[in-house]
Write a protein that binds this ligand. Structure first.
Ligand code: FAD
Length: 464
């Protein structure tokens, strides 16, 4: 099968040199883009990297500067997009440049799907491993890295290694944000499904505490749980929320007269957001109006609704380029996790943002179960909150350091795939096994060829 990985965040280019941003469009830098079509190409690009180094760029769906490398090289692996299934159907082997939505289109008709999906299908498999992505089912299934049997990596000497979960180098790469090498191929265990649908229940809550109690309870029963919070509406900063829970639908859950082929793919049409949106369009009033409509429609209570998996997992993919609605300055997605016993930080962060006049356009709350052995893997048992915060016209810059303090003092940390602002010290406090990761990285890349803007900002590599 084949697939393609577009430039993602955004990229304007002159020849091979491109201005590149993350999905939040709040960070940008110019890099040399190298299209690779084989493992040998990757090896050649790594051994010939210049002084500013090299890093893989997937589909550019990380929000901050993780897949940027100002003055250096970025590798586009979209040509490495092959996929094959073992004869017993137990193992799927894919090229790291394959996009998740293309993979789902190929897997679902065979009664299979990925065991973990992030909130968009427009990511590559390489990007999913490098960020060790989580889904709505982390409390049951963990993150994507936990389902990987082996991966092929081109290390800093340009040599190919096959890594498996017995090796520390494997776990340094899962969540390692491309800084241990270039993943070229991945073998993972798929989930068997009877249908391409989920059975979904939706409940509405007037207060955050009640929603969090219900979510804890639902985690014991449902494979998928997620909540959307409204921190600009009439309920005040920590007001209403919607809790959606679900499971994969079995054949018997579907109405045969309406559903046709149970493994049929969704025909949802995508809308497209305008390329230029006047700054200032997103303000407390407009976000409030949007949230009111969203809560009225998406939040209407219902049980047993049959939703196509692509709608359930990737609702935002129905609007192309939705990241442009934040205007020229873009937005920061602030995502953190705090331990279970520090759930009050969720409310404190929402209240602080409300006081600072920095409304979050989209606020998503999930729960995590046990983390995996990756020293830089983000999930830990507890609560994770993701907030989309427009940069223009808000008091964001002043309030973020205070939020950082709340998170790290509670024993929490930030998600590197979203981060665009953390300081080296607040990052390091959240990842106590950072030195262990650094040692492993040094064995894989002794000359520190793998570098990104994020790595420089967080001092994961020497400044330069
Ligand atoms: C709408 C939306 C919803 C999202 N929801 C979730 C969610 O629910 N859960 C979640 O965990 N994440 C979520 N994300 C974040 C996203 O899953 C991650 O940022 C993912 O890493 C993006 O993959 P990508 O292919 O776009 O990689 P990029 O953004 O291009 O790169 C991300 C990192 O991966 C590295 N990388 C990419 N390819 C390779 C490779 N072949 N070898 C080595 N390193 C590589 C890059 O160097 C970079 O450090 C969401 C993003 C969006 C836009």
């Amino acid at each position: 099968m084949t697939g393609s990985a577009p430039a993602g965040g955004s990229a304007t280019h002159a020849g091979d040199t491109r201005m590149v941003t993350g999905w939040g469009r709040c960070t940008r830098s110019v890099a040399h883009m190298v299209q690779v079509t084989s493992v040998e190409d990757v090896s050649h690009a790594v051994t010939n990297a210049g002084v500013r180094g090299v890093v893989a760029r997937g589909a550019g769906r990380s929000y901050g500067d993780a897949s940027q490398n100002g003055g250096g090289s970025l590798l586009d692996l979209s040509a490495l997009n092959q996929a094959r299934l073992s004869s017993d159907g137990a193992l799927v082997t894919v090229g790291a440049g394959l996009r998740l939505d293309d993979l789902m289109r190929w897997l679902l008709p065979q009664g299979l799907m990925v065991p973990v999906s992030p909130g968009t299908g427009r990511v590559t498999i390489g990007g999913m491993i490098a960020a060790d992505v989580h889904g709505k089912n982390h409390h049951v299934d963990g993150s994507f890295g936990s389902h990987v049997a082996s991966l092929d990596l081109i290390d800093g000497r340009g040599e190919q290694r096959r890594l498996n979960p017995e090796q520390p180098e494997f776990w340094a790469t899962v969540g390692g944000m491309g800084l241990t090498g270039v993943i070229t191929s991945v073998a993972f265990r798929p989930l068997r499904v009877e249908t391409a649908y989920a059975v979904v229940n939706v409940e509405r809550f007037a207060r955050l505490q009640a929603l969090m109690d219900a979510m804890r309870e639902q985690d014991r029963r449902r494979r998928y749980t997620v909540a959307w919070l409204d921190n600009v509406g009439t309920g005040g900063p920590v007001g209403r929320g919607i809790l959606a829970t679900g499971d994969n639908a079995a054949i018997g859950d579907l109405d045969p007269s309406r559903m046709g082929d149970p493994l049929r793919l969704s025909q949802d049409r995508a809308l497209t957001a305008p390329r230029t949106v006047p700054s200032g369009l997103l303000n407390r009033a407009s976000v409030g109006t949007f949230n009111a409509a969203w809560f009225a429609w998406e939040g209407r209570p219902r049980t047993g609704e049959i939703q196509h998996l692509t709608r359930f997992f990737h609702p935002l993919d129905r609007v192309e380029r939705w990241n442009h609605i934040y205007g020229r300055k873009g937005f920061i997605q602030y995502q953190f996790v705090v331990p279970d016993n520090a759930g009050s930080v969720v409310e404190e962060v929402l209240a602080a943002l409300h006081r600072a006049g920095a409304p979050s356009f989209l606020t998503v709350l999930k729960r995590f179960g046990e983390g995996n052995p990756g020293p830089l893997s983000f999930p830990m048992p507890g609560w994770t909150l993701a907030l989309d915060l427009p940069v223009a016209g808000s008091g964001l810059k002043d309030v973020l350091p205070a939020l950082d303090r709340m998170v790290v003092e509670a024993g929490g940390r930030f998600y590197l795939a979203k981060d665009a602002h953390a300081s080296p010290s607040s990052f390091a406090k959240g990842y106590p096994r950072l030195d262990e990761w650094r040692r492993c990285r040094d064995t894989l890349d002794p000359e520190r060829r793998f570098v990104s803007d994020l790595a420089r900002r967080l001092e994961l590599v020497p400044p330069g």
